[in-house]
Design a protein around this ligand. Sequence first.
Ligand SMILES: O=C(O)CCC(=O)C(=O)O
Length: 244
Amino acid sequence: MDNVNDVGDKLDQLERDGYLLVEGALTPNETEHIRQRINYARQQGWEEGLNSVGNMWFDTLLDREPETYQPLVGHPSIRPYLEGMMGKQCQLRSFRAHINPGPYLQEWHLDFHGYWQEKREAEKHRYAVSTVSFNTTFYFQDNEPGSGHLKFVKDGHLSEPKYIYAGDWPKFEAWCNAQEHVILYPKAGDCVVFINHMPHQGAKERDDMERSNVVCHYQVTPMHDGVRYVSSPRGYTGTFPFVE
Ligand SMILES: O=C(O)CCC(=O)C(=O)O
């Protein structure tokens, strides 16, 4: 595991580069166990689907097998970074596993697709705050040159990408492809923590590589469960009266 005594330096790096590769975030036993359970989930047909770029996704694993997957949420090797960035306002938004069964070249995308829209919207209102969202993506096989990778638009978290809100995907893809990139080769047990409005694209370089990952999405939610308040919150869904 990385030395987590230098959390401050790592957070500076994360803020500057948009990502942090945490090597050996999971032990070999944890990695192998979860790798097998993801494959088991596929055997059971628990996937939500397989999209056209070769990504099979599973949204129910945390509920189906909490004993296997809950430890990834706020995992001790990642927690110092999550807490360092968000403190108690860190909220798990979603938990999704992926398998890439065949050829795989992911579409360029931002997980928090509306980041720049929300930022502009917040700027119009005196007390509105814009928020940010992070991925912790755990890998279960060795991605290496010749087998697979994760690619970012370099510094793509710092300025708005072109064409994202124009709905012109081929132009957005071409724009992303034309930028300077950073390519990571996360190994089995590694975790990539990243600001998820940075455009990114996973890929297999060898179609027969076994490749899977688990993504925990976190968001900054200012009113967390522990705030002191005269009343209790009514929950989450349906409590935003101005959201259409
Ligand atoms: O490595 C990959 O396949 C892509 C990962 C991804 O899209 C994510 O972590 O949000």
